[in-house]
Design a protein around this ligand. Structure first.
Ligand SMILES: [Zn+2]
Length: 200
């Protein structure tokens, strides 16, 4: 997964003072839509998030509507990635190859910004401005009650997500659907995220 590219160690160089990515309370845009508190457990395996649990949040939104939202512990995210065929992964990596994740991470580690709009007002892949009234997706990496400000959070336009979906082979789509079926997630959420490469 993409977030693996920016773990702390990459920036740990003996010649330089190590600068940590900015951390701060999870921004409210990443709260469950019907809650005044952040996600408390993994949508897939139901594991409760502790203060040291790393997890990802993904939300698909359009205007004031939340199309779907989920929080996922890293082991579940990794398991999901394993459902993607080698070809599907290669296609996605090629599609995303224009994104300079390291440069983005370095930029935000330097600016230490925790202004959410600095991160999610433009599309990670296309660079175009996000129209809040058009469907788009936002992503964040969190540890316990903290959000990590590095290459994540980021946003993607709905059109980009559709193009990524097109890169998946029918076999991979089936694998992802079967994977979802193993978990006790609500049916309406399952229907919404079926066939989508969540967290890819
Ligand atoms: Zn999980």
């Amino acid at each position: 997964m993409l977030y693996e590219d920016f773990d702390d160690e990459e920036w740990d160089d003996d010649d330089f003072e190590f600068i940590h990515p900015k951390r701060g309370p999870i921004d409210k845009v990443f709260y469950p839509f019907d809650s005044k508190e952040p996600f408390k457990s993994c949508t897939m395996c139901q594991t409760q998030f502790e203060e040291d649990t790393d997890f990802l949040i993904e939300k698909a939104v359009k205007g004031n509507d939340v199309i779907f939202e989920l929080a996922m512990c890293l082991p579940c995210a990794e398991n999901m990635r394993k459902q993607l065929s080698e070809d599907s992964l290669k296609n996605i990596e090629k599609y995303m190859s224009s994104v300079d994740f390291e440069g983005r991470a370095q930029h935000f580690v330097e600016t230490q910004s925790d202004k959410i709009q600095d991160y999610i007002s433009t599309c990670l892949v296309s660079g175009k401005e996000i129209d809040p009234n058009e469907e788009h997706q936002i992503y964040a990496l969190c540890t316990g009650s903290q959000m990590i400000y590095s290459a994540m959070p980021y946003a993607m336009r709905g059109a980009v997500m559709e193009e990524i979906q097109e890169l998946l082979s029918p076999e991979t789509r089936q694998e992802l659907d079967d994977f979802m079926d193993q978990y006790l997630i609500p049916d309406d959420l399952r229907d919404l995220i079926k066939g989508r490469p969540v967290f890819v």
